[in-house]
Write a protein that binds this ligand. Structure first.
Ligand SMILES: Cc1cc2nc3c(=O)[nH]c(=O)nc-3n(C[C@H](O)[C@H](O)[C@H](O)COP(=O)(O)OP(=O)(O)OC[C@H]3O[C@@H](n4cnc5c(N)ncnc54)[C@H](O)[C@@H]3O)c2cc1C
Length: 459
């Protein structure tokens, strides 16, 4: 079959790869010049460097993403820096790391040994997690994470040090709004999974190099007519009937629409109404979105931060919005064996002395002047990392605000399935009904599910 995939984010890429693996001719259309969508390499004009559009971490539980990479012949142990879960506040006021013990003792011991929380608080954290596990990782329908934590007797300190950063990192939605059930799914697959599921995986190379670039190469190697990669091609027209689909002016046997929600909605609205199509479109129209901001600081010289990821305490009233501090050059110190770069840009990541400050649910930041925010966040990092020695002089910076970084994961959000009501049309994206929040693994699983559904239906 000749299949069109619209969108080269991780969902569309996974679908394209799965379909190509099954021997189909795939034409992938991507509006941007680089593959990867919301997880991609960009060129920073202010730093004159290739950087990621945002710092991304994966969890050991993200097994499907690692499977896709291995299918492409890539060595995940070289491409990721992997370490046991470790939540350390930069200012030293809180620290929790999993212990080298069999599961679930690695976690239990880690919580008991955590510093910055009273014994009561540590016990309440263990009790709430154990009770969630006992209830099959199910929460009451319609509950927000905030309500669930309140019912579970969590103190403001446990929430601020542990639950809130975890919820924001996973759902990019404030605890007062975030869906408790979706959060429980993340906890089930990470805290409730095997020991390796809680590991944190940080890319050593840029996000497009991680695997999208390799897939681009594979797509371009196809010889069938009409198959291949079409970068910088925004699809504007879509039509479908029972025998074929037309994407712009080319005919295909089927289409996978793997854009973001607004662009997918725009394309699907062009299709003739069929049974259930209005309901499907209404679901797409029901999504809200939240931004993530990343401030990258270029330092004059290397900085000896002890680990690649540290928690920051935010003080929004002082414009100190920073929540996480990334120093990817810390890999080299943590893992000297891996410093031989598997690809060019790994060397850049380690050599350029960059640090990145991540701000999830960054709506508040957008109402302020960017230079004021950069100054305040720089001061925040300096103040909270004092124990590691003075931060080197900042020689440049970049600010990226992804306005629609993820969908707002609110209780009751009805997410569409990968099977659309239209003939020969399937959809993929982190926003489809995967049971995951808006994360890479959700996008990859959606791409897999959508490709499998298409193949089943047209077999
Ligand atoms: C700053 C930031 C930080 C994040 N951090 C993490 C993290 O740490 N861990 C994690 O797991 N997830 C994280 N995420 C979420 C993760 O990036 C997304 O879940 C994932 O990339 C979504 O992939 P997708 O393929 O579903 O959608 P997208 O990546 O949005 O892909 C859609 C693609 O379709 C293209 N497109 C749209 N319309 C058309 C058209 N008409 N024609 C052609 N092409 C079109 C777009 O250009 C885009 O490339 C983060 C996201 C951001 C923005």
């Amino acid at each position: 079959m000749k299949i069109a995939v619209i969108g080269g984010g991780w969902a569309g890429l996974t679908a394209a790869w799965t379909l190509q693996q099954q021997g189909h001719a795939v034409a992938l259309f991507e509006a941007a010049r680089t593959l990867g969508g919301r997880a991609r390499r960009i060129h920073s004009r202010s730093l004159n460097l290739a950087i990621d559009n945002g710092q991304h971490i994966l969890l050991g539980a993200y097994t499907e993403t690692q499977t896709v990479m291995r299918e492409l012949g890539l060595d995940t142990s070289r491409l990721f820096h992997r370490e046991p879960l470790s939540l350390q506040a930069a200012d030293g006021t809180f620290g929790l790391r999993t212990l080298p013990l069999p599961t679930p003792l690695h976690l239990l011991g880690g919580v008991l040994a955590a510093h910055g929380l009273s014994l009561n608080e540590r016990m309440s954290l263990i009790t709430l997690t154990a009770s969630l596990r006992l209830h099959g990782w199910k929460t009451t329908a319609g509950l927000s994470v905030g309500q669930w934590l309140e019912q579970g007797g969590q103190s403001p300190d446990v929430i601020r040090s542990f639950w809130q950063p975890l919820c924001l990192a996973a759902l990019n939605t404030p605890i007062s709004d975030a869906c408790a059930q979706l959060f429980a799914h993340v906890l089930r697959d990470s805290l409730g999974g095997p020991k390796a599921a809680t590991d944190v995986l940080i890319p050593r190379v840029d996000l497009s190099q991680l695997w999208p670039d390799e897939l681009a190469h594979r797509l371009n190697q196809q010889t069938a007519e009409g198959a291949g990669l079409h970068l910088a091609h925004t699809v504007r027209k879509l039509s479908a009937c029972t025998s074929a689909v037309t994407v712009d002016d080319s005919r295909f046997d089927a289409v996978m629409v793997a854009g973001n929600v607004p662009s997918t909605l725009r394309l699907l609205k062009q299709l003739e109404p069929v049974k259930g199509s209005q309901r499907y479109l209404d679901r797409l129209a029901g999504f809200g979105f939240l931004p993530i901001a990343t401030i990258t600081l270029k330092l004059e010289q290397p900085w000896q931060l002890p680990q690649p990821m540290l928690l920051l305490r935010d003080h929004p009233a002082k414009l100190q919005f920073g929540q996480w501090l990334f120093d990817r050059s810390a890999f080299a110190r943590a893992d000297p064996e891996a410093t031989t770069s598997p690809a060019g840009n790994a060397a850049t990541i380690q050599a350029e002395h960059l640090i990145h400050i991540v701000i999830s649910d960054a709506s508040a930041l957008q109402t302020h002047d960017q230079s004021d925010v950069v100054a305040a966040v720089t001061a925040q990092v300096q103040a909270q990392t004092r124990r590691f020695g003075p931060m080197p002089h900042v020689t440049g910076h970049d600010v990226i605000v992804e306005k629609r970084a993820t969908f707002a994961a609110r209780p009751g959000l009805a997410r569409p399935a990968v099977d659309s009501p239209w003939p020969r049309v399937w959809v993929a994206g982190d926003w489809t009904d995967t049971g995951y929040p808006g994360v890479l693994e959700g996008a990859v699983r959606s791409g897999r599910q959508a490709a499998a559904a298409l193949l089943r239906s047209l077999a």
